[in-house]
Every structure is written in C-alpha cells, then in structure tokens.
Design a protein around this ligand. Structure first.
Ligand SMILES: [Zn+2]
Length: 86
C-alpha cells in the first residue's frame, strides 16, 4: 500500500511531500495574479493562509503565504511581495 497519507496536523515538515521549485513558482505566480490557485498535482483548489505577524495594513513590503492542498496535503510556503507602494 502506498504511504501517501500524512497526518492532519496542519504543520508542514521536511518529511512531507513537497512541490518542486517549478511547481512552487507556478503557484506563486497564480497567487500573485489573484487567480484561484490549483494544485499542480491533483488540481484541487488550494487553501491560502496568510501567516506571520498578521500585521496587515502596516505597510509591510512583504508577507508570507501558505498554500495548502486539501486533497493531497502538499503545501507551499513563500513570501509575497505586495504590488502596492506608497
Ligand atoms: Zn493536491
């Protein structure tokens, strides 16, 4: 039997299946474009969660996003550069 089920502990770790760098780049670009982000592996719509300090609206140049696939449980975390400048 394939061991493809990870425990649903909501914490990514290095032992869990990850996206390749190319897949992460596609995810990041889709997210930056404001489009619904689909998992490149199973095409499920991924859940986006902002993480970090949670201090939006303070003019931070960057924030961190965590995209997680609800189906295959793969996740990708990356910094998002905000397009708005003051
Ligand atoms: Zn998936």
């Amino acid at each position: 039997m394939p061991r493809d089920e990870a425990p649903d502990d909501a914490v990514p770790d290095d032992s869990r299946a990850q996206f390749t760098e190319e897949e992460q780049r596609v995810l990041r670009e889709a997210f930056a474009a404001g489009a619904p982000v689909r998992c490149p592996r199973c095409l499920a719509t991924m859940t986006a969660r902002a993480i970090g300090g949670g201090s939006f609206g303070l003019g931070y140049a960057r924030r961190r996003e965590w995209l997680m696939c609800p189906r295959c449980r793969r996740s990708a975390m990356f910094d998002v550069k905000r397009g708005t400048r003051n």
